[in-house]
Design a protein around this ligand. Sequence first.
Ligand code: ADP
Ligand code: MG
Ligand code: ZN
Length: 506
Amino acid sequence: MPSYEPVIGLEVHAEMLTQSKMFCGCAVVDSTSAAPNTVVCEVCAGMPGTLPVINERAVEFGLRVALALNCEVPGVNVFARKNYFYPDLPKGYQISQYELPLAVNGWLDIETTAGLKRIRVRRVHLEEDTGKLNHQEEGGGKSEEGSAPSSLLPPPSSLVDLNRAGVPLLEIVTEPDLCSVEEVRAYATALRSLLRYLGVNNGDMEKGVIRFEANISVRPVGSDELRSRTEVKNLNSFKAMERATVYEIERQSAVWESGGRVAQETMGWNDAEGVTVSQRGKEHAHDYRYFPEPDLPPLELDRAWIERIRAELPELPAARRDRFVQALGLTRYDADLLVVERAVAEYFEAACAVSDAGAAPKTVPPKAVANWITGELFRLMNAGGLTIDQVKVTPRALAGLISLISVGTINSNTAKIVFEEMFATGQDAGAIVAARGLAQVSDTAEIEALIDRVLSANPEQVKTFLGGKATVEQWFFGQVMKASQGRGNPQVIRGLLAEKLKALGG
Ligand code: ADP
Ligand code: MG
Ligand code: ZN
């Protein structure tokens, strides 16, 4: 048993997919591909004397998230100036929220090996994103996230891109309720999925539109103290987040173990070397000299508007999963896999709803649809690096394939071959089966002939079987299936094989 256990809180920054920025009319664009500094105005460039105006849509998107996270939404929230210097922050301050955030005291349930666990959400607030620095190195630029690592010397030269400056950013902060790397992953996955369901963020970590920071400490197992923590930034994939968390837990445990003290500091993750790197001592709220933003009035929210947003929330992943379990009889495990992405869940439901799929004029069993999606479809999608919208097999075509199995036209092994071809070409199952002569052989005379051939070709095995080794029957089954080139109807083979062996005296 380890003598130290982790205590982790996550801070998540999610860009809101609004059309325009948080406080001006500039468009929100993909800041990894747009030409630098093409969507910038006086306001987001921080010119003196300009005035911000709150983007109502960004507030609405923030409220969607806050309500989906079961938060309390106070009637009034206040924007505040967070003062610090960095070249990607032209105003010298960031408009954020501090004392009165958009929402507080929510929660998100996550799946753990020990069942559901409720992770408390401390606060949800709106702010504006910063610009980006592109550090110039030989042979091209390299972009760096966030604020200044003051302990590092500046690189030779850097270019500032303000396209991202002023993009609406929602910060979601948990209580230190996460106790393992698995829980960190489960929370991050569930939150990302939720944001995508709500249509407020596309979840693309590599492009930095959603950014996780892990606050990590360790304490003696069983104690309830909170020890000094480090805050790890630059986590631009789930993998990086997990590796950094494992690394910090081990590093901090070793420090305490050896009688040292863990310093409260801000760290970066060096993915290439697999280590966390100290960037600076942990900043405190007073370092930022927060004060209410004088250019914006307190934001009073209309209760009726909040309730309208609540009423218009889509069915969320957890509710959808429960419905798949209760109404469609899926296992919790399968249902979880299917609901993570809204488009996958919709694909699944569309396939289940097909009522005249191919030969059988009835719907296909949801369980079978779930198996095909979480098994073969996900496997081929992963192998090809495809998302569900890029898949050529329509839900109707998948239902058609499943019907061909259930009416016995093909067996499930052949179905996998057919499915691969459907995936590659987008053709229907029926057409592939016909063109390649893959229909299942159920004809008893034909199968009997195959069994006879196998038995007479293997007298030794027959002897072993008759000598009492029953498992040889399964081997014979395999041989007959092989002789049928995988097209034999398994039930028919099994039935006839048992009869033949019995007749031989087995
Ligand atoms: P700050 O605003 O300085 O980053 P907060 O107190 O708001 O600090 O906490 C930020 C995050 O750190 C929260 O997610 C919180 O749950 C987490 N946290 C606070 N104390 C600890 C601790 N001792 N160990 C791990 N995480 C912690
Ligand atoms: Mg912080
Ligand atoms: Zn602007």
